[in-house]
Design a protein around this ligand. Structure first.
Ligand code: PRP
Length: 209
């Protein structure tokens, strides 16, 4: 029986994805129970494969999959856009839906003659977006709470994830542009997909229904 190794993103998205696995007939006992255990396994005799799921930091999912430590993984699209891993993106799980947006203070007015200071956790996405517009920018890389940057005049704008818009609203910021629509995607290692096509397609089929 083949084992399919699956990298799951720790946290909110991972929990949602586990519930989706459960609903699709791929439930893994104990995986959502509190604890520090990282790896969970279950055989699916009827499908002739076993799943070995492991929790990794969301930003690391594409690394495990690209290098083949995981055959497949679930990754937020923002992380795929940022890291650009050499993997197959096989399914939109239609969960974790949000946008990558540019936001600024309510009274912000762009001055094209000046370099734009952009605070973000996604430097690659920001760089590409502004390169496409031919706009000079200065990227300020942060690890979270980027909404603070324009308030403290650390940046002019932010490039960040917007889900409900609450964080922006509560900090007097507004969206000025949308860069991309985001959601959770199933990705596969390229050679694993070649050798375990049937199993991976079976998983995709179940998650789709
Ligand atoms: C994300 C993002 C925004 C917030 C948007 O942050 O960076 O801050 O969610 O969600 P909203 O539109 O529903 O308010 P997250 O909670 O992941 O934490 P972070 O600030 O550490 O990135």
């Amino acid at each position: 029986m083949r084992v399919i190794n699956v990298a799951l993103p720790k946290g909110r998205l991972g929990e949602r994805v586990c519930r989706l696995f459960e609903k699709s007939g791929l439930s893994i006992p104990g995986i959502l129970e509190p604890g520090r255990k990282l790896i969970f396994e279950r055989e699916f005799a009827d499908l002739n494969f076993a799943l070995r799921l492991f929790w990794v930091k969301p930003f690391d999912v594409p690394v495990y999959v690209e290098r083949g430590a995981a055959d497949i993984g679930i990754s937020a699209k923002d992380i795929l856009l940022e890291r650009e891993p050499d993997v197959y993106e096989l399914l939109d799980l239609k969960t974790g839906i949000c946008t990558m947006s540019v936001a600024a203070l309510e009274n912000f007015a762009d001055d094209n003659s000046r370099t734009l200071r952009v605070a973000t956790e996604f430097p690659n996405i920001a760089r590409k977006y502004y390169a496409g517009l031919g706009r000079d920018i200065d990227i300020i890389c942060l690890r979270g709470s980027v909404e603070l940057a324009p308030i403290l005049n650390l940046s002019d704008v932010i490039v960040d994830i917007v889900e409900t818009g609450t964080t922006l609203r509560e900090n007097n910021l507004r969206v000025i542009n949308n860069i991309a629509n985001l959601s959770a995607r199933l990705i596969a290692n390229k050679s694993a997909y070649k050798f375990k096509t049937q199993e991976i397609n079976n998983i995709i089929g179940k998650l789709r229904t």
